[in-house]
Design a protein around this ligand. Structure first.
Ligand code: ZN
Length: 173
């Protein structure tokens, strides 16, 4: 495994639509492992392939599976790697939250997101998978899938501002 360099604005790869993945070979396994390592090192709770300079539809997420686990000291975060992810269902209910992005250091923004989404995609071996996410986990998936379409959080934010102190880990994805 190796750390990859996280690219930042104004790198044009961040504004491009990424390509679907159709080969589940050794290179993809290495990419997924490297993305998990890079996300943890950052540290952040999600990472999309364009953030390491690759216009491919691959995301990784590491967060609590259930909302109630955020308050549970014994709960552990779960890791998802999703290839060609798609939001197939989204709640009408939305939530405002403060997001940052590893590719836009120092900027925060308040973004309205669906409170619940169903994400469909393929796992790292090409098998179909479906994830039902609520709350912050749903926000992370929406943020990462936006990256695959060249959309960054300031494009959706109701307001943005520069943060002088360090940004919290859970706000970086
Ligand atoms: Zn981001």
């Amino acid at each position: 495994m190796a750390l990859r360099k996280i690219v930042t604005l104004p790198n044009p790869v961040l504004k491009r639509k990424a390509h679907p993945v159709n080969r589940f070979d050794r290179d993809l396994q290495t990419l997924v492992d490297d993305m998990v390592e890079t996300m943890r090192e950052a540290p952040g709770v999600g990472l999309a392939a364009p953030q390491i300079g690759l216009a491919e539809r691959v995301i990784v997420v590491e967060y609590y599976e259930r909302e109630e686990d955020e308050e549970n000291e014994d709960a552990r975060k779960k890791v998802w790697a999703v290839i060609n992810p798609e939001i197939v269902k989204a709640s009408e209910e939305t939530l405002l939250g403060v997001e940052g992005c590893l590719s836009i250091p120092g900027l925060l923004g308040e973004v309205e997101r669906h409170a619940e989404v169903h994400v469909r995609g393929l796992n790292r071996h090409g098998k179909p998978m479906k994830i039902k996410a609520r709350g912050w986990l749903a926000r992370i998936f929406q943020h990462e899938i936006d990256h695959l379409n060249g959309i960054l959080f300031p494009d959706r934010a109701v307001r943005v501002w520069q943060q002088k102190q360090e940004v919290e880990q859970e706000q970086e994805f």
